[in-house]
Design a protein around this ligand. Structure first.
Ligand SMILES: Cc1cc2nc3c(=O)[nH]c(=O)nc-3n(C[C@H](O)[C@H](O)[C@H](O)COP(=O)(O)OP(=O)(O)OC[C@H]3O[C@@H](n4cnc5c(N)ncnc54)[C@H](O)[C@@H]3O)c2cc1C
Length: 304
């Protein structure tokens, strides 16, 4: 296969020996026309652009990649031809969970450092943490982190059991990364001027964390996915399945779905007829309507 394209913002683009390209191999076949191609370092036509100058995360590179008439042998097709979309669907929740857990961990760490700082730093004769405003801020942060931790632990458990839905993975990514920005911003404020100095970890966390609501699907796209998954009265759990059954966690159909042991049962089994009261399945994994996937799958744009 011969292809030509380019992509901005690729994590580890300078270092990676293998690059998986999401390619439209049959434009007429919709999501069944997407395949994964493995491009190897040294293949003629494959070049790396700049290591992009990011605001934070300086320990990791983010690069541009160029593919100029790269010839990919048939053996470098990852999975079956046309099955690339399924592969992406299966891995998006995992990516969202990993980004979310990293964001929560960063927020928890910044909070711990800030708590310590608030005990030590004196202003007007007392530790800054003793001022009521700051004490309330610390109380709010402690509460928000505790709540987020409970949801995160639940999502990780569900993910490990193969039950985490796309909507929940998106909620987790949205919630933890936005919370991370909010918490670290407050921590910077509590550090005062020192919070803006890169020699302080909280300043670096501020710059590093900012991208988390952007990469792996932006917060707005996460909300799109959650919103679509919650559209209409489908949450009553009375959705119908083309295979004649329901799906354990949220559906209350009479018979178990004969295919529910499939890895992505809802995506494969549930085909709800259009009409009143037939919104999307509440637990449907990323499918045709996952906007972040649609973006991943479309040909990369010319950015400059
Ligand atoms: C550090 C870093 C590392 C990255 N690593 C990778 C990588 O390894 N691989 C990879 O493929 N990509 C990577 N990316 C790209 C990243 O996934 C995209 O930047 C991100 O998905 C947003 O896409 P965009 O930049 O094209 O923004 P745009 O899509 O142009 O979005 C701009 C704004 O419009 C909003 N918007 C767009 N569509 C909608 C909509 N439908 N409804 C409401 N709002 C909308 C967005 O939320 C955003 O606020 C990386 C980015 C960064 C910053």
């Amino acid at each position: 296969m011969l292809f030509r394209s380019q992509k901005t913002f690729i994590t580890n683009g300078q270092l990676g020996d293998l690059v998986i390209v999401v390619a439209r191999t049959d434009p007429a076949a919709g999501h069944r026309g997407i395949s994964l191609l493995v491009v190897e370092d040294g293949m003629p036509g494959f070049t790396r652009g700049r290591n992009l100058d990011k605001v934070g995360m300086h320990a990791q590179d983010t690069s541009e990649l160029f593919f100029s008439d790269v010839r990919v042998p048939a053996g470098n097709l990852l999975g079956d031809e046309g099955a690339g979309f399924i592969g992406l669907m299966q891995n998006l929740p995992r990516e969202r969970v990993s980004i979310a857990t990293a964001a929560l961990a960063a927020a928890e760490r910044a909070f711990e450092e800030t708590l310590e700082y608030c005990k030590q730093r004196q202003a007007f004769g007392r530790p800054i943490g003793k001022f009521q405003h700051n004490r309330f801020l610390l109380a709010e942060m402690a509460t928000e982190l505790t709540v987020a931790r409970a949801f995160t632990d639940r999502c990780v458990t569900e993910h490990n059991a193969g039950r985490l839905s796309t909507e929940e993975a998106s909620m987790l990514k949205y919630w933890d990364t936005e919370l991370c920005n909010k918490i670290i911003d407050r921590c910077v404020q509590l550090f005062g001027g020192y919070g803006y100095m890169r020699e302080y970890p909280v300043a670096r966390a501020f710059a590093d964390g900012r991208a988390q609501t952007i990469f792996g699907g932006t917060t707005e796209i996460m909300k799109e996915i959650i919103g679509r998954g919650h559209g209409g009265p489908a949450r009553t759990g009375r959705s119908r399945c083309a295979a004649g059954g329901g799906h354990a966690a949220t559906c209350a159909a009479a018979r178990p779905c004969p295919r529910k042991a499939a890895r992505w049962p809802a995506a494969r089994c549930c085909s709800r007829p259009a009409g009143p009261g037939t919104g999307p399945h509440p637990r449907r994994p990323a499918g045709r309507s996952d906007p972040s996937l649609a973006r991943s799958a479309r040909p990369p744009r010319q950015t400059r």
